[in-house]
Structure formats: structure tokens, C-alpha cells
Design a protein around this ligand. Structure first.
Ligand SMILES: [Fe+2]
Ligand SMILES: [Fe+2]
Length: 175
């Protein structure tokens, strides 16, 4: 149905139905349960990334590690912001954000690889970013035009993960 064919009164009536659903209107075309599940898996990914970058920030020692350490910290902060955006969207869709630490690493796309040397840490971060990039790109393709807001959330996050991967690749080259 094109927007021109939707009568204004129909739109107004529809908006009054199921007001309990908040931001989720009758016109929502996504598979809500599935979209919430994808958002929750991504939330787990971001939380695992926060933890990994935090560890790397505190473990990065020496003059050579200073540049990497400041990138680790910046990324940790940005992954936490991504987690917040995802949790916010889950609630808008009527779901519950899953912060359960017991199942976090199992649900995450990327793994928690601690790494011991600076090189190992940067390498594992680059791998994790590449996993996030591929999973978010796939999610964006799956969502298509069915849920533009969730899609935009993922697109914004994806753009930043690509920057993160680029940062890690640059640092890795110099190690
Ligand atoms: Fe992220
Ligand atoms: Fe990232």
C-alpha cells in the first residue's frame, strides 16, 4: 500500500489501537520477536567488546603501548554507547534487554579473547571488529525496509565498527 492510498482517518484510527504497544504501530512490518533477538545478540556482542577493550586498556603497558591504550579506552566507551542504543531500541520494540552475564559470551557474535601481548590484544580486537562488521551488515540486509529505525541504529554502529577495525589494523601494522 502506498502512502497516498492510506486515508488520514485510517491512520488516526490505527494509531489509537493497541496504544499499549508504544512505538510499535499496526504498520510495523518487521518480525518483532526476531528483530528483538538480533538486537539482544548484538547487545551481548557490544558488552563483551566493552569488557575486552577494558582489559586491554588496563593491560597495555610501556611507551609503545600508549597509542594503543588510548584507542582501547576510546573503543570501550563507544562500544558501551552502542550497547545503550541497542538496549533503548529493544525497549521501544516492547522487548527486554538481556544483560545476564552468565549467557553473555555465548550469545555474543564476537568472542572474549583476552590476549597477553600487545600484538595479540590488537589482533583479537581486529578480529572481533571484523566479526561485528559482518554480523551487523547481515542484520541490516535482513531488516531491509521493514524497520527503518532499527536499521539506522545498526547502520550507525556498523560505520563506527569499521572505524574501529581500521584503527586496530593501523596499530597492528606498526607492531
Ligand atoms: Fe560496537
Ligand atoms: Fe567496535
Amino acid at each position: 500500500m502506498s502512502i497516498a492510498t492510506i486515508d488520514k482517518n485510517t491512520l488516526r484510527d490505527r494509531a489509537r489501537q493497541n496504544v499499549d504497544n508504544g512505538a510499535v504501530t499496526e504498520g510495523y512490518e518487521g518480525d518483532r520477536e526476531e528483530v528483538i533477538r538480533l538486537l539482544n545478540d548484538s547487545l551481548a556482542t557490544e558488552l563483551v567488546c566493552v569488557l575486552r577493550y577494558k582489559r586491554h586498556y588496563y593491560m597495555a603497558k610501556g611507551v609503545k603501548a600508549q597509542v594503543a591504550a588510548s584507542e582501547f579506552l576510546e573503543h570501550a566507551t563507544q562500544e558501551a554507547e552502542h550497547a545503550d542504543k541497542l538496549a533503548e531500541r529493544i525497549v521501544q520494540l516492547g522487548g527486554e534487554p538481556d544483560f545476564n552475564p552468565d549467557s553473555l559470551s555465548g550469545r555474543s557474535h564476537a568472542e572474549y579473547k583476552p590476549g597477553s601481548t600487545l600484538k595479540e590484544m590488537v589482533y583479537e580486537d581486529l578480529v572481533a571488529e571484523r566479526i561485528a562488521i559482518d554480523s551487523y551488515r547481515e542484520i541490516i540486509q535482513y531488516i531491509g525496509d521493514k524497520d527503518p529505525t532499527t536499521r539506522r541504529v545498526f547502520e550507525d554502529i556498523l560505520a563506527q565498527e569499521e572505524e574501529h577495525a581500521d584503527d586496530m589494523a593501523d596499530i597492528l601494522e606498526g607492531l
